[in-house]
Design a protein around this ligand. Structure first.
Ligand code: GLY
Length: 360
């Protein structure tokens, strides 16, 4: 047969929340011809092992005979040592082209498991089953895989599309509140850059960001953006809205011992990016105020010193999206109308950080 059903898919099938449980739909899909003879290796973090795995195995019969590899929770799993442990497990279990890696966990597990899948024997198929809101709305979709190197996040990795992403919001019931809030800001971010109407409904509370409806809409937006720019050379940058400042806030918070979850740092980073958008690219003040009211319900604006701002400026200058020594950020001219690659001067960055995102 010329067509080999085991070839790696270039696009991803999204299984979204609906009338039928997404996990049941995944169970049905894995009974189909594309998965004849497949065996599965589940990469699972400790939390998902305890809280999500029983539900997954009860709904997806194909996983009854699966191999399991347990990995540390969060960014600690994205190391070469943990990747080696998973590769060794695959070797010991004689994994071959019939092996499908299944990543069950948050964004870090999807990053690690996707990287292992992309590299083992030059590439195995993989499926993501995200268990956190950040992963459902963002990290599990789009094929970015990564390990961290010497404390630098996502420094090693490739883009490799998961074959399936199965999004089941029932997992959110077991999520700690800070982790859920972190996801809320990633959901709101995607709506802010791509769907002004959805954004306004979210911040007004008509469509809660952690609802099945919001997650489905945002996942579909992400899928469309990734399809337009899978390798992140252009339009996909819009998904980094709020991340130039957000990553710096996240890194600074963890260096000072009060590590903020990624999405919460991005939520503050978005306020800073909207403030700059009012000043630089014509975002209406009213749009900024609408978001400011929303974000301040959940977090306080940070107070950075001049020394903090210098450290964060140095961090921002290492951003992978920068070019020719210029810091390039995503701003917006309107809700749903982002502009990528806007150069920021050192003074604009300092001033924005020192403002805490507040506009007089
Ligand atoms: N998280 C942004 C992206 O996947 O491009």
């Amino acid at each position: 047969m010329f067509y080999n059903k085991k070839v790696h898919a270039m696009t991803t099938k999204l299984i979204l929340p609906g009338r039928i449980s997404p996990l049941s739909l995944l169970g049905r899909l894995l009974k189909g011809p594309a998965y004849d003879g497949a065996h599965y290796c589940l990469v699972v973090d400790e939390n998902s092992y305890a809280h999500c795995l029983p539900q997954v195995v009860s709904r997806v019969a194909a996983f009854e005979e699966a191999e399991f590899v347990e990995v540390p929770v969060g960014e600690d799993c994205k190391s070469i040592e943990v990747a080696t442990h998973v590769w060794q497990t695959l070797l010991e279990s004689k994994a071959d082209s019939n092996t499908v890696i299944v990543c069950l966990g948050g964004g870090a597990v999807c990053d690690l498991g996707g990287f292992v899948a992309a590299t083992y024997r030059r590439g195995l198929r993989h499926i993501n089953i995200p268990t956190t809101l950040v992963a459902m709305a963002d990290a599990a979709i789009g094929g970015k895989t990564a390990l961290n190197l010497d404390g630098v996040k996502n420094q090693v990795g490739v883009v490799r599309m998961p074959e399936v992403v199965c999004i089941d919001p029932s997992f959110l019931d077991t999520l700690p509140p800070a982790e859920l809030l972190s996801g809320v800001f990633e959901v709101v971010k995607t709506a802010a850059v791509a769907d002004a109407d959805l954004f306004l409904k979210m911040v007004a509370g008509t469509v809660p960001p952690a609802s099945a409806q919001a997650i489905s809409q945002v996942a579909a937006i992400k899928q469309a953006v990734v399809k337009a720019d899978p390798n992140d050379h252009g339009i996909r940058h819009i998904l980094n809205f709020g991340h130039t400042f957000g990553h710096a806030i996240e890194a600074h918070s963890s260096a000072t011992g009060v590590a903020l979850p990624h999405g919460i740092a991005v939520g503050i980073g978005m306020l800073m990016a909207m403030r700059l958008s009012v000043l630089k690219t014509g975002l209406p003040r009213e749009s900024y105020d609408t978001y400011r009211r929303f974000v301040l319900q959940y977090v306080e604006t940070p107070h950075f010193t001049l020394i903090d701002a210098e450290q964060m400026l140095a961090y921002i200058k290492t951003d992978k999206k920068n070019h020719d020594g210029l810091v390039l950020a995503v701003l917006m001219r309107n809700l749903g109308e982002p502009i990528i690659d806007i150069p920021l001067s050192d003074n604009e960055i300092r001033d924005t950080l020192l403002s805490g995102g507040l506009l007089a």
